[in-house]
Design a protein around this ligand. Structure first.
Ligand SMILES: Cc1ncc(COP(=O)(O)O)c(C=O)c1O
Length: 362
């Protein structure tokens, strides 16, 4: 019998948001709306779609693994050196590369919890322990996170804004944390949802990369840029950290369609602004509505809201699915009484509220 590595026995399966096809097959519905995976309801930028079409006649060619044009565009946008940037097949792969490059058997990583599960997955699969700080809907304290760090700690994971709560840490909170952390602990800031943040004190950290060689900023084209299906993410850090990651990066992981679409998406500020505006309006509409139904809605800086439904959360998620609305129950995040709802287009939000009312009346 072929035995997998023993570390694998500690891993649970990743639970993704349900797909439209899955729900269509199960319930045979015509109209299905998915507000479960924090995708952009407006889709990709039209400029990215155009770039994607234009690449169609060179599908037989390998992509350039070093993606110089894309990396230049990112460097210019953030005012950092190209040697401070890496890309990956989604930011998921960047998290995976962190594990391969920096996490050893017997180490540990710390992170705020509840949060995106891939940090723990990467930690455990590399034979290290994951120490979670924080519980439930309460925002985890970065002071407690700093205290959890010990001599074996390699990485501190902070998701900002946090998935699934939508809570955020201000620039002052992050700077204070960075001051407390030993220089040999990588501070992994996952800013997958940063472009949606509207708070004035949401951090702008690229300028701190030279001051803190252990700072790592992870971003993605899957959320506001609407390219989740193409799988492309990017990250910025100190040159030596990035150099180590290029060594273990699969050479052709980011395909050429993803590269050209990402360059076009970065240049389409109008699409980003339209998405941000629609998102902020949606946050207000859904927050007001759920509060008027008597539910607690956690304040959010992302493109989703986290709502405490109570003991009937699972039942509500199932009712919505049966009626063509996919949202995310949070049992796998350790929050069984909460749901996470991605903000949709106004008509999608209205459809959701119509169904929630129906459920409440039933
Ligand atoms: C916080 C966070 N980071 C990273 C990812 C992964 O994004 P991707 O691999 O699509 O770039 C997600 C996806 O939902 C996420 O929520």
């Amino acid at each position: 019998m072929i035995e997998p590595r023993p570390e694998l026995s500690k891993l649970s399966d990743y639970v993704p948001g349900k797909s439209i096809e899955e729900i269509r097959e199960r319930y045979g519905l015509n109209r299905i709306v998915k507000l479960a995976s924090n995708e952009n309801p407006l889709g990709a930028s039209p400029k990215a779609v155009e770039a994607f079409h234009q690449i169609a006649d060179s599908l037989h060619l390998y992509p350039r693994g070093d993606a110089p044009k894309l990396i230049d565009s990112i460097a210019q946008k953030f005012g950092v050196k190209t040697s401070q940037i890496i890309i990956g097949n989604g930011s998921d792969e960047i998290i995976d590369m962190i594990g391969k490059a920096f996490i050893r058997q017997g180490d540990n990583c710390v992170g705020i919890t509840p949060t995106f599960s891939v940090y723990k997955f990467t930690t455990l699969s590399n034979g290290a322990d994951f120490i979670g700080v924080g519980e439930g809907e309460q925002k985890a304290s970065l002071e407690d996170l700093a205290k959890a760090i010990n001599a074996k700690t390699r990485v501190a994971f902070i998701c900002n804004p946090n998935n699934p709560t939508g809570a955020y840490y201000s620039e002052t909170e992050i700077r204070d944390f960075l001051k407390k952390v030993p220089q040999d602990v990588l501070v992994f800031l996952d800013e997958a949802y940063s472009e949606f943040a509207t708070a004035d004190d949401y951090p702008q950290l690229a300028g701190l990369l030279d001051e803190y060689p252990n700072l790592f900023i992870n971003r993605t084209f899957s959320k506001i840029y609407g390219l989740a299906g193409l799988r492309i993410g990017y990250a910025m850090s100190n040159e030596s950290v990035i150099k180590a990651m290029w060594k273990i990066k699969p050479p052709f992981d980011v395909n050429q369609a993803a590269q050209v679409a990402a360059i076009a998406a970065l240049g389409d500020e109008e699409h980003v602004q339209n998405t941000r505006k629609m998102n902020a309006e949606g946050v207000k509409v859904l927050t007001d509505a759920f509060e008027s139904f008597g539910f607690k809605v956690l304040p959010t800086q992302a493109n989703f809201i986290c709502v405490r439904i109570g003991e009937r959360a699972k039942e509500m998620v199932a009712f919505l699915e049966q009626n063509g609305m996919i949202i995310r129950g949070l049992t796998s995040f350790g929050m069984p009484e909460h749901v996470r709802i991605t903000l949709g287009k106004p008509e999608e939000n209205a459809f959701l509220l119509e169904l929630v009312k129906k459920w409440l009346e039933a």
